[in-house]
Design a protein around this ligand. Structure first.
Ligand code: PBG
Length: 325
């Protein structure tokens, strides 16, 4: 090292800083999560200020606004009425259900918008678990995977571009790939929630969908927050099983996991800035304690810098607008 070197020279003005900047945010890398419900009006979500449960018409309008902001992909989460929830989550495979109707409506209005769909049973399960609950409290892996395959095929048939299993059952990526290919949906992608942690940061999301587990927790299928080597094992599985993209979730408190996964795969990596991360930044900003624009763009930059190619964020529209001004 040249002891006469002065790192500050590369920070001396905005133009030089832009020249040497290593990471740049771009809304075309973002996926915007949207909540949809059966009602005919949009409803603000109390646990997630700034987010709404959209009616089908409201959803399509919001997708149009997101497109105008430069967002190219959305991921859908349904709020299912209690009357349609059941222990096996059968509504998850209903071809006339809320999600297939939402996919069709979006693709009709905005064919180029990439629609990502969540594969898991929790919005549909009367037990609030991602898989089927046995009487003894266990979550049944293989019977769940069978339902997830039917759910994925149904979503593909409705027009989904990317299927995103968030359930964390073993072997589901290979099973879903096989099921999709058997129905000739060879072009439908799989974005696997590869390293999804059992996180308290999902709290506001479960409030938004009324999908919190009625008993127990999700620790027998979602990962232990203490582990990172285990994430690499999940990477090996999902890669070998045919995933097109991998995800780490949550994002902000798991940047080391994103970086480790980046080192171990050539596949694109997505990171999900989850509801609790959104809410922390939102609440502190609304209280006047943080500068919202600055902290949101900084948090997204950090997730990108750690190695995520794709970011799922509730701030997608807002951040895209900030970048444009
Ligand atoms: C469930 C699912 C969850 C989220 C996305 N898909 C919640 C959970 O696993 O309990 C959380 C997203 C967020 O908190 O923003 N399959």
């Amino acid at each position: 090292m040249d002891l006469r070197s002065r790192p500050r020279r590369n920070r001396k003005n905005a133009a030089i800083r832009a020249l040497v900047r290593e990471t740049r945010l771009d809304p075309s890398h973002w996926i915007y999560p949207l909540f949809v419900h059966e009602e005919s009006t949009d409803a603000p979500i109390a646990s997630m200020p700034g987010c709404s449960r959209w009616s089908l018409a409201g959803l399509v309008d919001e997708v149009g606004r997101a497109r105008d902001d430069g967002i190219g992909a959305v991921v859908l989460f349904p709020a299912i009425v209690d009357a349609k929830k059941s222990p096996e989550g059968v509504e998850a495979v209903n071809p006339d259900g809320l999600v297939p109707r939402a996919i069709a409506a979006i693709k009709k209005a905005y064919p180029e918008m990439q629609v990502v769909t969540d594969v898991a049973l929790d919005p549909y399960s009367s037990d609030g678990h991602d898989g089927i609950l046995a009487p003894d409290g266990r979550i049944l892996n293989d019977p769940t995977v069978e339902v997830l395959c039917r759910q994925a095929v149904m979503q593909a048939r409705a027009g989904a571009d990317v299927i995103a299993p968030s359930d964390m059952m073993d072997g589901r990526v290979a099973a879903i790939r096989t099921a999709l290919d058997a129905e000739r949906f060879t072009e439908v992608s799989i974005l696997a929630y590869t390293a999804k942690y059992a996180s308290a940061f999902y709290g506001p999301f479960r409030g938004a969908l009324d999908s919190a587990p009625k008993s127990g927790d999700k620790k027998t299928y979602q990962m232990d927050a203490a582990n990172v080597r285990e994430a690499l094992r999940e990477v090996e599985h999902d890669e070998a099983e045919g995933a097109d993209m991998l995800m780490v979730k949550p994002a902000g408190a798991y940047l080391d996991v994103i970086a480790a996964v980046r080192e171990h795969t050539a596949l694109p990596i997505a990171a999900y800035q989850v509801s609790g991360e959104y809410l922390m930044l939102k609440a502190a900003s609304e209280a006047g304690w943080l500068d919202e624009r600055a902290v949101v763009l900084e948090s997204l930059t950090a997730i990108h810098r750690a190695g995520a190619d794709i970011i799922l964020t509730y701030f997608a529209r807002q951040a895209a607008q900030w970048l444009a001004t």
